[in-house]
Design a protein around this ligand. Sequence first.
Ligand code: SF4
Length: 397
Amino acid sequence: MARKASNLAVAKAIMSHPGILLAKPSLNLFLIRYMRKFTVIDAEGRLVLHSHLPPLNSRAYARFISEHLIRKSNGPSHAQIGVTNACPQNCEYCYNKGRSGKVMDTETIRAVIRELKSMGVFWIGLTGGEPLLNGDLERIVESIGEDCSAKLFTTGCTLTPLRALDLMRAGLDFVSVSLDHWNEEIHDRVRGFRGAFRTALRAIEMFMNAGGMHVSVSAVLSGDMLKTDNVEEFLAFLRRLDVHEAWLSEAKPGVNAHRTGEQVISERERLDLIALQDRYNKEGGMTVNYLGHFEDREHFGCTAGHKMVYVDPFGELSPCVFIPMTFGNVLEKPLRDIYAGMRSRFPVEDRCFMNTNHGTIGGRYRGKIPLSAEDSLSVMDEVRFGPPARFFCLQDR
Ligand code: SF4
């Protein structure tokens, strides 16, 4: 059950990072205002604002403060890594669908993690494919270490109570189980897998029983759900599951099936979701964490290719999981060098890069994702960026 952290515990956690007083007052004020939109949850001893940031009482949060808030690192802060491409499910909107090549082995993945951390990353999301199908997942989680948050995105397929315990002991901070609808039939259809719904519910229970982790549901909200105003009904269902957080995002436009852009969320729908999040979070209990709120122009905006990076299961470096472009392969070239080239093309901005530029990217689509490095660079010659979001404006002032 999501339990509110006491004010004293939150104050102690924040004061355990005295360096925060060295950050600009305007940034601290920004963070206080941002934090007040959420209720800090005590998830088995971890004080969590939401799962896109490390627990407040962690060494990973201390690195956020020292490296990104005070020292203003120009490197990435968040990374997602595809630890396998195998998956029994077949989601309509899967961002990995169609990617292929030679998969990274465990030692390569661990080396990628070391390199990303040395560049500034303090939050790593492990994704796939279905990460549980990687038999070395525990070793991978272990290598992330206490000074970086580890979050697992999973469908729950193949999970056992023992594996949930092993992952907790390996140091997983956050786990997010995919669940897109309260209706079993609809969820199974969207996931292209009979039994996906029940698998997800069982996995949530196993992770909760393992203890020691912050457990959320990650849901991709379909256009249908947004248009029929059913999000509240869905949230009521998730609350009854007793998870710590509902991590919401909308389906992003792809470059093949959905390249017309019909899938792009409207500004009205996005703002409605932000308002819904704020209203829910005032009530306490389960946190609602809508990605479009974190990435809103009033907060952190789109950081794809700059603060956020994605290393796919085959080693291709993309700006974020939803952008099907590569700027090089870590099996062929040092990650740091590929990142430097990509970052020089991606200033932070105040709107979602993929929602804005899916048409241009789709124009280069040759039946394979990600687009080649050459095609990706030619896309970058065409696109225009908006101004930075509020956090980065304050940082630069
Ligand atoms: S492209 Fe969109 S989904 Fe990706 S980091 Fe930017 S805002 Fe987020």
